[in-house]
Design a protein around this ligand. Structure first.
Ligand SMILES: Nc1ncnc2c1ncn2[C@@H]1O[C@H](COP(=O)(O)OP(=O)(O)OP(=O)(O)O)[C@@H](O)[C@H]1O
Ligand SMILES: [Mg+2]
Length: 231
């Protein structure tokens, strides 16, 4: 198992966000967390990258307990992260935003990453020199995702990558995820828009009220995931 989340509890002050969530992400698979607003999807992802404290349970990545690993070192272990919403370095150019995700890779790998991402996302070529803060919300989302993909991470965490995007961009992102998967990247993603995400995922977890309600192959969770989409 590349990532095991075992009996995870997360609290924000007096609010319980996750109570006993267990999720397995096998190497090479694309695992989808679905569920309505407030289900606990972001809290799960953010606990893995280390942005929210764990109140109970443990998270094991590639055999190592992440509890002792600070947030910034988790990226160096090979965990890529694209947060919910659009997070770009507003004053940096589009190219520099993408390259910032490949920091520490060496020049040859950086160029390979940039060339590949430019071929998947034409926007990165058209707007290469423009400050990312000047792009539309959807365009910034593409830049943020490209940045998370630029390190060719072993595990890619994506929180609502499709949110608010036009179908043409959902297609570009889906193609990029499939390409990364072919290169060996494992994916854990959340999505309220279950339909396009179910096309990519191999396994899924339906969350509600801070707990896992159902898990299994995409076929096994499809009906419940689609029912939840309209909650
Ligand atoms: N910073 C915070 N402070 C207090 N409560 C929070 C905070 N972040 C999340 N919560 C609460 O924790 C619970 C789980 O929220 P979370 O953001 O993980 O859900 P989600 O499934 O990602 O929802 P969404 O689909 O809206 O993004 C919710 O009840 C939410 O109100
Ligand atoms: Mg969320």
């Amino acid at each position: 198992m590349l990532l095991s989340i075992e009996n995870l509890h997360v609290r924000y002050g007096g609010i319980t966000a996750l109570s006993g969530v267990s999720i397995d992400v096998p190497e090479g698979e694309t695992v989808l967390l679905v569920g309505a607003n407030g289900a606990g999807k972001s809290s799960t992802i953010n606990a893995v990258i280390g942005l929210v404290p764990v109140a109970g349970g443990r998270i094991v990545f590639d055999g190592a307990d992440l509890g002792a690993v600070p947030c910034e070192r988790r990226a160096r272990l090979g965990i890529g992260y694209s947060p919910e919403g659009r997070r770009v370095f507003a004053s940096l150019s589009v190219t520099d935003n993408v390259l910032s995700g490949a920091f520490g890779l060496g020049r040859v790998k950086q160029k390979e990453a940039l060339d590949w991402l430019c071929s998947v996302f034409p926007l990165l070529v058209d707007r290469a020199k423009q400050p990312a803060g000047q792009l539309s919300g959807g365009q910034q989302q593409i830049v943020a995702l490209a940045r998370a993909m630029a390190s060719f991470p072993r595990l890619l965490l994506m929180d609502e990558p499709f949110l608010g995007l036009a179908p043409v961009w959902i297609k570009q992102i889906s193609d990029a995820i499939l390409h990364l998967r072919a290169r060996g990247t494992t994916v854990l993603m959340t999505e309220q828009m279950a339909r396009p995400a179910l096309k990519l995922a191999t396994r899924g977890y339906v969350m509600r009220g801070g707990e896992v309600r159902r898990s299994g192959t995409v076929e096994e969770i499809r009906d419940l995931a689609l029912a939840d989409e309209y909650l």
